[in-house]
Design a binder for this molecule. Structure first.
Ligand code: SF4
Ligand code: SF4
Length: 487
C-alpha cells in the first residue's frame, strides 16, 4: 500500500511546470551530461571554422560544396560515386546506435540527441537568468527571449556554414549576394531551433519523435534502464515516519534478507520520502517511480536528484539507479541482485552488423582511388585504314581525378607491338594530356603499321601514368580491331 502524500510532490511538479525549467541536479550524470553537451556544442560551432590548404589556398576543412557535388573532409574529397561509402556509414551508425541502446537503453536520447543537447543549453540559460533576475521578472523574460533568439541565429548560421565558406558567409548575407538557399537555410534553422529548443523542448521527445516507440523493440530484460527500486522505496511517506526496520542495514546494491514490506503497515515508510525532486529535475517531467515509460530519455538526472536526497537523509545511494527493469511492485524476496549478461543475442547481432559494415568501409576507404577513368572503343567504324596503309582505332577517354596534384597524364598502350598513340589535345612525342580540369574527355587514337596490324580483335591495355613522376594512375582494358576476322 502506498501512502499518498502529494503535497511536496505536487508542489515540485507545479513549480517545474510553471517555470518550464526542471530543477538543476548535481551528480555524476549531470557532470557527464554537461561534459557531453559542451563537447558536442563545441564540435558543432567550431568545426566550420577549421581551415585546410587545398589547391595551394586556405579553404574550409569540412564543407559540403553542393554546386560542385563535393564533400571535403580535411585532405579527403568525396564525389557522388562515393555514395556507397555514405550508405556504409549510415548502416554502421545505425548498428552502433542499436548496439548501445540494447545495452544501455536510451543514452542517445538522454545525452547526445541534438534535441536534448540544445534543450539542455536553453535550460541552462533559463536557470541562470532566473537565478539572476528572479523567475517572474519581465526583464529576465526579455533577456531570455533575446538569448534564445541569439542562440537560434548562431545555430542556423553555423549550419549554413557547413555548405558555404563560413568566413565569407556573414559578408555575403549582409550584402545580399549569398545564394537564395543560404537565406532559406538561415530562416528555417533559426525558426526550428527557436521553436523546438526554446519552446517545444521535451514535447518533441514525448509526442513527436518516433525513436522511443521504435527503440522499445531493441531493449531486452537485461538492458540497463533508469529504475526506481520500489522494494526499497515503498511505502512512500514523509521523512518523519519511521523507516522500515529491515532497510536499516542495506547497502545500495541489494535488498536485505527476504521479507515483504507489504506485510508492514502505514507506521513505517520505505526510503522514498516523496519529496518530488526526481520529478522536478526530470526534463520530461515524468515520475520514474511509476516504472519505465516512453517519456524517460535515460538522462539519469533523477538518479542524481534522488542521491542528493539520500545524502541528506544519510541513506545509501541507489533508490533510483541504472539497472535492469524491475517488476512494478516486487517484494524484497523477488528483487534479486542481478547482473546483466554481456553476451546476449540482440546486442551481438548489432555488433556483427557494426563489424561487417565498419570493415567494409575501412577496406573501401583504403582502396579508394583518387582517379576514375573509363575508355570506350569507337565502333563506327571499328578501324580506319590510313593513306600509308597503317590501321587506326579511336577511343573516347573520360578521366576524373580528385585533388590538385596531377599536372599531366601520359597515355601508352600495352599488348600491341608497334602501336603509336596520339591524343586529340595532347603533345608529342610522348602522348600526354594536360590535366587542367578535374573531369575531362580526350580522344585517343592508336595506330599500328599494316604489317603489325592484328587480324580481327585483340585485347590491349591503355595505361595512364602521371608524366612528372611516372606513377601509375589507371590500367584500362579494351581491344584493338584489325582488318580481317569477324567484326
Ligand atoms: S527524489 Fe527519491 S526520495 Fe524524492 S520522491 Fe524521488 S524517489 Fe522519492
Ligand atoms: S525519469 Fe529520470 S532518467 Fe528518465 S528522463 Fe526523467 S530524469 Fe531522465
Amino acid at each position: 500500500m502506498h501512502t499518498q502524500a502529494p503535497t511536496a510532490l505536487q508542489a515540485a511538479q507545479t513549480r517545474a511546470l510553471r517555470t518550464g525549467t526542471p530543477h538543476a541536479a548535481s551528480g555524476k550524470f549531470r557532470l557527464t551530461k554537461t561534459a557531453l553537451t559542451s563537447f558536442l556544442l563545441g564540435l558543432y560551432f567550431i568545426t566550420p571554422w577549421l581551415r585546410w590548404t587545398r589547391a595551394g589556398e586556405s579553404a574550409q576543412a569540412i564543407i559540403v560544396d553542393i554546386p560542385a557535388s563535393r564533400f571535403y573532409l580535411f585532405g579527403m574529397e568525396f564525389w557522388p560515386p562515393d555514395l556507397p561509402l555514405l550508405l556504409g556509414l549510415l548502416i554502421f551508425s545505425a548498428a552502433t546506435l542499436f548496439f548501445v541502446t540494447a545495452y544501455f537503453g536510451r543514452v542517445w536520447c538522454g545525452f547526445t540527441c541534438p534535441q536534448t543537447v540544445w534543450t539542455d543549453l536553453f535550460f541552462g540559460v533559463d536557470r541562470r537568468i532566473d537565478q539572476r533576475f528572479g523567475r517572474d521578472s519581465a526583464l529576465g523574460q526579455a533577456i531570455k527571449s533575446a538569448l534564445h533568439m541569439l542562440i537560434a541565429v548562431l545555430t542556423a548560421f553555423t549550419f549554413t556554414g557547413y555548405f558555404i565558406d563560413i568566413t565569407h558567409l556573414g559578408g555575403q548575407l549582409a550584402t545580399g549576394i549569398a545564394p537564395a538557399a543560404a537565406y532559406v537555410s538561415l530562416g528555417v534553422l533559426t525558426f526550428t531551433t527557436y521553436v523546438f529548443a526554446a519552446h517545444t523542448r521535451e514535447n518533441i521527445c514525448l509526442h513527436m519523435c518516433p525513436w522511443p516507440r521504435f527503440q522499445s523493440a531493441l531493449l531486452d530484460s537485461e538492458t540497463l534502464v533508469v529504475t526506481y527500486q520500489s522494494w526499497r522505496g515503498d511505502p512512500r511517506a514523509r521523512a518523519r515516519v519511521p523507516l522500515r526496520p529491515e532497510l536499516l542495514d542495506i547497502g545500495s546494491e541489494g535488498p536485505p534478507a527476504a521479507q515483504s514490506y507489504l506485510a508492514g503497515s502505514d507506521a513505517y515508510r520505505g526510503d522514498c520520502v516523496d519529496c518530488g525532486k526526481c520529478v522536478s529535475s526530470c526534463p520530461t517531467r515524468i515520475d520514474i517511480r511509476d516504472g519505465l515509460q516512453l517519456g524517460c530519455i535515460g538522462c539519469g538526472l533523477c538518479i542524481d536528484a534522488c542521491n542528493t536526497v539520500m545524502d541528506r537523509l544519510d541513506r545509501p545511494h541507489g533508490l533510483i539507479k541504472l539497472g535492469t527493469e524491475m517488476p512494478a511492485a516486487p517484494s524484497v524476496a523477488t528483487a534479486k541482485r542481478t547482473r546483466p549478461r554481456i553476451l546476449r543475442l540482440k546486442p551481438m547481432m548489432f555488433a556483427s552488423v557494426m563489424l561487417v559494415s565498419g570493415s567494409a568501409m575501412a577496406v573501401a576507404l583504403a582502396n579508394r582511388s583518387n582517379v576514375d577513368a573509363s575508355l570506350e572503343h569507337q565502333r563506327q567504324p571499328p578501324f580506319v585504314k590510313m593513306s600509308d596503309g597503317s590501321i587506326r582505332n579511336d577511343y573516347a577517354l573520360r578521366f576524373t581525378h580528385r585533388g590538385d596534384d596531377i599536372a599531366s597524364v601520359a597515355v601508352t598502350v600495352e599488348g600491341l607491338p608497334g602501336a603509336a598513340v596520339r591524343l586529340s589535345t595532347g603533345d608529342e612525342p610522348t602522348p600526354a594530356f594536360i590535366c587542367n580540369r578535374r573531369s575531362m574527355s580526350e580522344r585517343v587514337m592508336v595506330t599500328v603499321p599494316m604489317h603489325a596490324a592484328p587480324k580481327g580483335r585483340v585485347p590491349v591495355t591503355v595505361v595512364l601514368t602521371e608524366r612528372a613522376t611516372n606513377a601509375p594512375l589507371a590500367r584500362l582494358e579494351t581491344y584493338f580491331w584489325g582488318p580481317g576476322g569477324a567484326q
